[in-house]
Ligand binder design. Sequence first.
Ligand SMILES: [Zn+2]
Length: 176
Amino acid sequence: MKIFLNAGHGGNDPGAVGKSGLKEKNVAVQVVKILKERLILNGYPVQTYQEKYHYTEVSKEANKSGAALFISVHCNSAANPQAHGTEVLYYPTSNKGKELAAILQNELTKATGLYNRGIKPRGDLHVLKSTNAPAILAELAFISNPGEEKLLKENPEMFANAIWEAIKIYKTKGLL
Ligand SMILES: [Zn+2]
């Protein structure tokens, strides 16, 4: 029941960049680092990976790892700085992925108080399509929204804890 944690973007790809200069790839690393600590402390085998050259590396590494669950951590971004809230993406035909997305969406909105944008099926994302394990991608908050950027910068732990709670619930339901 190894859990594979992917911090989104990496290498030459910073992901989205907030007004204060906060980079999505660095937020993702912070959240994944805290989440990894929680999981290891509680006896879960964990593997983390952030892309170095190209995003297609991620699912290859995940599939090699034999992980039972795949979580990719991202921040959302939009041209409109007022866009806000949290959402979780899953692969359309993955029932377990959809289940975990729903659990995580609930935990994230509960923990952060952010606007609930819901869970969304995405068949076009390489990382969800090419990973063998049930896979989700969390868009924690909008790095392009100054208020949410501040939250992502100052409180990565809050997001990590929400994901940790979701994994526990997923396991309690016998899905892991
Ligand atoms: Zn991203």
